[in-house]
Ligand binder design. Structure first.
Ligand code: NAP
Length: 284
């Protein structure tokens, strides 16, 4: 039995479907990514998005601003992008500089172009199980469970991390009355007492903490399913800079039933679903 839940077979399928939708309906989907200040990680990510986009016929444009851009100027640029009919998706790379009021900026994006699903209307619609964009990382977790036929109904799902982009939306999605929902959900965070007593009860454990190799085998139940959302850069003695998850993969591998790798797990699926949101927005 295949134990490692890889993202690749899922992304291959999603990109194939997107490419044929774009060709079939003669779409010209376009995503604009805003980067403020110098951020090599953001620039690297956008380059990767551009490359993926190009392969399926989706344009990714970048708007770069100095880190001292004012709130007013940024709002004006967003208004302009909202009005451009050839722009289907708008995304802002975080973190934003201190002078920027993030929630005001996000609320300014037309929610129909909010492919990152940060706008309060999209969040509200998600909670109420109404139509709208779903944040891409939680959507990627669901997509992985669905693809690998992992049941959520009636299961104890423990999520470590309560961020607005991962933990909170994911908990809501697991509560939906559908094929990737109907679970019993617990969210843990840095103030949770006796974390291990929770993680040991997890049929499915999701980690979104941002702490390299934090979860060890002593923390998980035998034959549990471990989905690692974390992406952390560490210095390896032999390999130099490498990326690892929040889970100590080698340590937990034998005790788990299924486990996602980092890199090559949730992250790759997240990117493909972001581009899917752009195509959906274009088609609508
Ligand atoms: P975040 O906003 O920093 O939130 C981290 C969460 O972990 C917080 O809720 C925090 O608790 C909790 N936490 C931190 N230390 C803890 C501990 N020792 N015990 C229990 N809980 C602890 O992070 P995020 O943006 O959700 O990202 C989390 C990780 O996922 C990062 O590694 C990030 O790079 C990665 N990520 C991956 C993707 C992807 O597509 N694969 C997408 C987004 C993020 P408090 O709330 O109490 O502080």
């Amino acid at each position: 039995m295949q134990k490692e839940l890889k993202g690749r077979p899922i992304t291959k399928k999603i990109y194939r479907q997107l490419k044929s939708r774009i060709e079939l309906h003669k779409l010209k989907p376009k995503l604009v990514v805003i980067i403020i200040g110098k951020d090599p990680a953001a620039e690297y990510y956008v380059k990767m998005l551009e490359k993926k986009g190009k392969k399926i016929g989706l344009i990714v444009d970048t708007l770069k601003f100095e880190k001292d851009i004012s709130q007013e100027k940024l709002l004006l640029h967003i208004k302009e992008l909202n009005n451009k009919t050839d722009v289907n998706g708008i995304m802002i790379q975080k973190p934003l500089p201190n002078q920027i009021n993030e929630s005001q900026i996000i609320s300014m994006i037309n929610y129909k172009k909010d492919v990152d699903a940060m706008h309060p209307l999209n969040i509200g619609n998600m909670v109420l199980d109404q139509e709208g964009f779903i944040p891409c990382t939680p959507a990627a977790v669901l997509e992985m469970l669905k693809f690998y036929n992992i049941e959520t109904q009636g299961r104890n799902i423990i999520i470590i991390g309560r961020s607005d982009i991962v933990g909170k939306p994911l908990a809501n999605l697991f509560l939906r009355k559908n094929e990737t929902g109907n679970a019993t959900v617990t969210i843990c965070h840095s103030r949770t007492k006796n974390l291990v007593s929770h993680t040991k009860k997890a049929d499915i454990l999701i980690t979104a903490i941002g702490k390299p190799q934090f979860v060890k085998k002593e923390m998980i139940k035998k034959n549990s399913i471990v989905i690692d959302v974390g992406v952390n850069q560490i210095e390896d003695k032999e390999k130099g800079k490498i990326y690892v998850g929040d889970v100590d993969y080698d340590d937990c591998y034998h005790k788990s039933l299924f486990i996602t790798p980092v890199p090559g797990g949730v992250g790759s699926v997240t990117t493909s679903l972001l581009l899917k949101n752009v195509v959906d927005a274009c088609e609508k």
